[in-house]
Ligand binder design. Structure first.
Ligand SMILES: [Fe+2]
Length: 230
């Protein structure tokens, strides 16, 4: 199956959060990925308009900066919530680990454990695409200074896991602040400054000490974490 052979839709809210709906065109079986609370309505409209049956709601990690719409979607559909096995939330129905797969009819979904921004972060592989969540952003990567972040793990994720994946993969991140929809892994490997550090030590030093000072503070951190861990 190629990237043009299945339904794929990106959803965006003002703060730059990105969510996705993917579906197998034959069986109409769908997965909803990283629904931010404000995306729930538009995502359900899309599902209804396209005659889809949501089988899974996948949260790529325990979000610290916004409230997940996964619980709202679970209550409005028959979809099961999918998260990494380390995710603290008790509403999770299916816990996956590195290399696990699920299927939507003929459409395969593979999970890769890519921690660093969060301990329980999974990237989602689809034919021709990777949904990189906050493990790899366009021209950057997710911060590692929030609870459950770890700069050494993030280095491993970028320099060993992502560098080893094929160049032609289309990269669809969990956030984008510059209005871009996607990038390619080739572009990120060649131009993303977070993928171009010479040593692990320099990367870790930057992520732990220099980066936090340049980032905007996260408002409602405790509230978002609490809501997403239920
Ligand atoms: Fe995040």
């Amino acid at each position: 199956m190629k990237e043009r052979d299945y339904l794929f839709e990106q959803f965006r809210v003002d703060r730059g959060c990105l969510g996705y709906v993917v579906a197998d065109p034959e069986s109409r079986s769908a997965a909803i990925i990283d629904p931010e609370l404000e995306m729930v309505e538009p995502m359900l409209n899309y599902v209804f308009e396209h005659g889809l049956r949501p089988a899974y709601v996948i949260d790529t990690h325990t979000h610290a900066d916004h409230v997940s719409g996964a619980r709202a979607l679970k209550s409005k559909t028959t979809a099961k919530i999918v998260m990494h096995e380390k995710a603290p939330a008790s509403c999770v129905d299916i816990r996956v680990e590195d290399g696990d797969r699920l299927r939507l009819g003929e459409l395969p979904i593979k999970f890769i454990h890519t921690p660093g921004h969060a301990k329980d972060l999974i990237s989602v592989m689809l034919p021709g695409r990777i949904l990189s969540a906050d493990a790899l952003l366009i021209g950057s990567c997710g911060r590692t200074d929030l609870p459950n972040g770890n700069a050494v793990r993030q280095y491993h994720t970028l320099y060993y896991i992502y560098r080893a994946l094929p160049d032609e993969l289309l990269v669809y991140p969990g956030h984008d602040y510059n209005g871009r929809e996607h990038s390619t892994l080739k572009e990120e490997k060649e131009t993303n400054p977070k993928m171009l550090f010479d040593t692990e030590e320099e990367f870790v030093e930057y992520m732990e000490r220099e980066n936090p000072g340049k980032l905007t503070p996260v408002y409602h951190l405790a509230d978002a974490l609490k809501a997403n861990m239920v």
